[in-house]
Structure formats: structure tokens, C-alpha cells
Design a protein around this ligand. Structure first.
Ligand code: GLU
Ligand code: MG
Length: 467
């Protein structure tokens, strides 16, 4: 166990002394409190906050929080599994000092993601961040693999003054439009400044397709850091918006009819410093391992949907011909396939080549989503799975026979169907372990039951401001 005398929080010697130094530096900059952040099974961001002076103690002994949030639903009601959902017990939240950052959009506050540890000092089996770290470490040990990952963030910008619960777009210009960029010029400039102050390297920020929608893409990092960053980026987008009289939604479907908010995952496998998606003998320069990894992701995609598209609102987004990737195929730069292979510009392929997983939204817990996608890909390597033929164009045009011949399947069209696929998937369940796997099933079925009597518009409204 960690103590001030024996400072080994999360196994890292010297962290308590480091916390004292970092806390003092933050306090000197006027930071009064620290947000300790994690994401629950339903994809909702949950926090505790501490005064800056408590950082040292938090790093030594953690901060208490009930494990019950593992089976919270987005509406804050609670379901149960064999071991979760009870009012009993406590966990300790341990901030990761490597990710501690002063929040540019929330003066007076800093932020850090946490690992959740039991009072006995063991990793909590329901901790999604620990699951992702364990999956990445296992890939290094068993396959010599490392990963680079990034989560694309799409969001809808509305007026904070809109009538309660309603979404009124804060910009009216066309998709990717110059008008829309000008309409939200001050907000987006402040956002870029906040990202820069927080060391988030932004590749692009632009107006997207749906009403009031924007997108930001950021540089790739190791998977745990990429998941952390996706949480920080959303915290920042929301906080800066609030200072401009705006209200943002990352919900998969802000309205029942329109194109939704995606949270596409970009992922590449590396070995010995080499990108396995470039310079190989396979299609578009993929190595055999990159092809097998992609084949594994494709094979598990129907089950993965329970993790990557976890909300009833996700199924309002997962519709054909909306670039949400609802068919289990792959193609080079094919925006309707679930897996879009990105080769990169000639001369930059070794650096940039990656695969984009599209049926992922921002209701997904990013640690669970990345961990499960990686576990699926590793199964492709272990089982030497073969990547099928490439598809081009919109798979929505295929009749059932053509789709079957190409091995192209529509993803499950409801949460209960996705859960049935997930429950039958030993690879994903084993990777998650029984506690997390049961939490995923229980929370998804709980969400489905909660909206059983609602129509599409009511479902969109129910989740509009939850993510
Ligand atoms: N908004 C689309 C989605 O729901 C994605 C658009 C894009 O490819 O960036 O996933
Ligand atoms: Mg986009």
C-alpha cells in the first residue's frame, strides 16, 4: 500500500513527492481545485474534485468513490450484476500525475484522469482505464506490439439560451462552410488557444455536416493517453463553449433525423518503431500482421458494437449512407465502410498510415472501446484471420446475396441485438474479465429497457445532454 512513508502509488516510487511539487506549482498559478475524472460503463463522465492542497494525499491514499457508478445508466438510475450495483463498498481514485493539466477553459481548475483501486490496494476489476492498460501491456508482452491511437471528436454547438432541453444550432452556415466558421470564430479561436495551453496538438478543427456540428482531430498517442485526451478534449470543448453562451452535445444523435456525432477511432500497430500499416507486402502496403489485426476487428465488429455504440441514441446514428460505417467491410478511404484504411500521403505513409474504426460514438467509454478494439485485432493476429476483399462505394446498394458473397453484414440494429452478439463473443468477454463484461451487458440492457416505450425523437431528447 502507498503511504507518505513508502510512496508507491499505483506502483510508482516518488509519486507523492512529485504530487507535492506539482500541487504547489498549480497553487502558485491560482489553481484552486483538481477534477478527478473517469468515464462510467454507460459512457457518462463522472468526477470527484479536491482542493489543490489535497493532491499529495490523493496520490498517497486515493480519493473515495462508490463502485456503484459501474452500473449507473445515463439517467442516473442503477442496474445490478452479480457483484456490482450495490450501495456497499468503496474504491479509491488515484490521479495520474503524468496527465495532470491546468484547465485553460476553467480558470482555477486542473484535471487528471484516475485509476480506480480497491481499499486493499488492488486494481478494481471494473476499472476501464486499467483494462485498457492491461490490454496494451499484454500486446507488448505477447506480440511485441505497440499502438498509436486518436479519437476524433464531433459535437453539435447550440445556444445556451435555447428553451429547456431543446437544441437550437448556434451556427446556421452550410456543412464545412465558410459561413459557419465565421459564425463561431471567437469560440473556436478560444478553443484552439485552450488546446495549445493544455499541450493538445490539434490536426484540424472544422465545421462538420449536421446542424451546428464541428469536429476536431488531434495527434495520436499511446491508447491510454489517447483515451485520456479524448476526455480532456471534451471537457475543454464544453467549458469554453459555456463561456461563450453556448451549449454542446456529444450525443450520438442530437436529433432523430439528422447525421449524428461520431467518435471514430484511429489506430495503428507498431513493432520495433515501424508502422505495420505501411511498407508491407499486403494490400496498400499493409504488413501481414496489420491485415490480420484489421480482419480481427472486422470479425468482432457486431459484438464490439455493444461497446463502441452503447446508447439507445447510438442506434439513431448507425444508419446507412451517413459515414457512420454500419457495414462490416473495409476499403481504402471508403467512408461508408466500418474500417477505412488510411494510407497517408506519398512520402508520409510510414508515419501516417492507420485504420479508422467508424461505428464508434462518443457515448462509448473510450477506454473500453479502445481496449476491446485492440483485443479484437490481437485475436485476428493470434487466429491468423484473413482480411476479406476490399469494398468500394456505399454498401447500402448491395442486395442480400451480393452482401453475403462479399462477407458484408449490417451491424446489429438495436442494443439488445448488439448485447446478444457481445455475450456470445468469448474473445471480448475474456479480455474484459467477468466483472466488466457483465457490467457492459447489464448497462446496455438497462438503457434499452429505460427507453422501451419512447419513439426516436424522445430517445434523441433523452440522451441529448448526457454526453
Ligand atoms: N458524422 C459522421 C458520423 O456519424 C462522420 C462524418 C465523418 O466521416 O467525419 O460518424
Ligand atoms: Mg467527421
Amino acid at each position: 500500500m502507498t503511504t507518505f512513508a513508502d510512496p508507491v502509488p499505483g506502483g510508482r516510487r516518488g509519486e507523492v513527492r512529485r504530487a507535492a511539487t506539482l500541487g504547489a506549482a498549480l497553487a502558485a498559478r491560482g489553481v484552486r481545485g483538481i477534477v478527478l475524472a473517469y468515464v462510467d460503463t454507460a459512457g457518462v463522465g463522472r468526477v470527484k474534485t479536491i482542493p489543490t492542497a489535497r493532491l499529495e494525499a490523493a496520490v498517497a491514499w486515493g480519493v473515495g468513490m462508490s463502485p456503484v457508478f459501474d452500473t449507473f445508466l445515463a439517467d442516473d438510475s442503477i442496474v445490478t450484476t452479480d457483484v456490482l450495483g450495490s450501495p456497499d463498498g468503496d474504491l479509491r481514485l488515484y490521479p495520474d500525475l503524468d496527465r495532470l493539466v491546468a484547465l485553460a477553459g476553467q480558470p482555477g481548475w486542473a484535471w487528471a484522469p484516475v485509476d480506480r483501486i480497491t481499499q486493499e490496494g488492488a486494481p478494481h476489476p471494473g476499472c476501464s482505464r486499467t483494462f485498457l492498460r492491461r490490454t496494451v501491456t499484454g500486446a507488448a508482452e505477447r506480440h511485441g506490439l505497440a499502438f498509436k491511437a486518436a479519437v476524433e471528436i464531433e459535437w453539435a454547438v447550440g445556444l445556451a439560451s435555447a428553451p429547456a432541453g431543446e437544441f437550437v444550432p448556434a451556427a446556421r452556415g452550410p456543412a464545412y462552410g465558410a459561413i459557419r466558421q465565421i459564425e463561431l470564430s471567437d469560440y473556436t479561436a478560444d478553443l484552439l488557444a485552450a488546446f495549445a495551453a493544455q499541450d493538445v496538438d490539434v490536426d484540424q478543427l472544422h465545421p462538420e455536416y449536421a446542424a451546428g456540428q464541428f469536429e476536431v482531430s488531434v495527434g495520436a498517442l499511446d491508447p491510454v493517453a489517447a483515451a485520456d485526451r479524448s476526455v480532456l478534449v471534451r471537457q475543454t470543448i464544453r467549458a469554453v463553449a459555456q463561456r461563450h453562451g453556448l451549449r454542446v452535445s456529444f450525443a450520438p444523435a442530437v436529433s432523430a433525423e439528422s447525421v449524428g456525432n461520431g467518435g471514430h477511432l484511429h489506430l495503428s500497430c507498431w513493432r520495433g518503431g515501424a508502422n505495420l500499416h505501411a511498407g508491407g507486402e499486403g494490400r496498400y502496403g499493409m504488413t501481414a500482421d496489420a491485415e490480420a489485426f484489421a480482419a480481427g476487428v472486422l470479425a468482432h465488429l457486431p459484438a464490439l458494437t455493444a461497446v463502441t455504440a452503447p446508447s439507445p441514441a447510438s442506434h439513431l446514428r448507425l444508419r446507412p449512407s451517413r459515414w457512420a460505417g454500419v457495414f462490416t467491410g473495409w476499403g481504402r478511404e471508403t467512408r461508408e465502410a466500418a474500417l477505412r484504411m488510411i494510407t497517408g500521403m506519398a512520402g508520409r505513409q510510414e508515419r501516417d498510415a492507420n485504420m479508422e474504426v467508424k461505428p464508434v460514438d462518443l457515448a462509448a467509454n473510450p477506454y473500453l472501446a479502445l481496449g476491446c478494439v485492440i483485443a479484437a485485432g490481437l485475436d485476428g493476429i493470434t487466429a491468423s484471420r484473413t482480411l476479406p476483399e476490399e469494398i468500394t462505394g456505399d454498401p447500402a446498394r448491395y442486395g442480400p446475396e451480393e452482401a453475403a458473397a462479399l462477407g458484408v453484414r449490417r451491424l446489429p440494429q438495436s442494443l439488445p441485438l448488439a448485447v446478444a452478439e457481445f455475450r456470445a463473443d468469448r474473445v471480448l468477454r475474456d479480455a474484459l474479465g467477468p466483472v466488466l463484461a457483465d457490467a457492459v451487458s447489464a448497462v446496455r440492457l438497462g438503457e434499452a429497457a429505460a427507453v422501451a416505450d419512447l419513439d426516436d425523437a424522445q430517445v434523441a431528447a433523452a440522451y441529448r445532454w448526457k454526453y
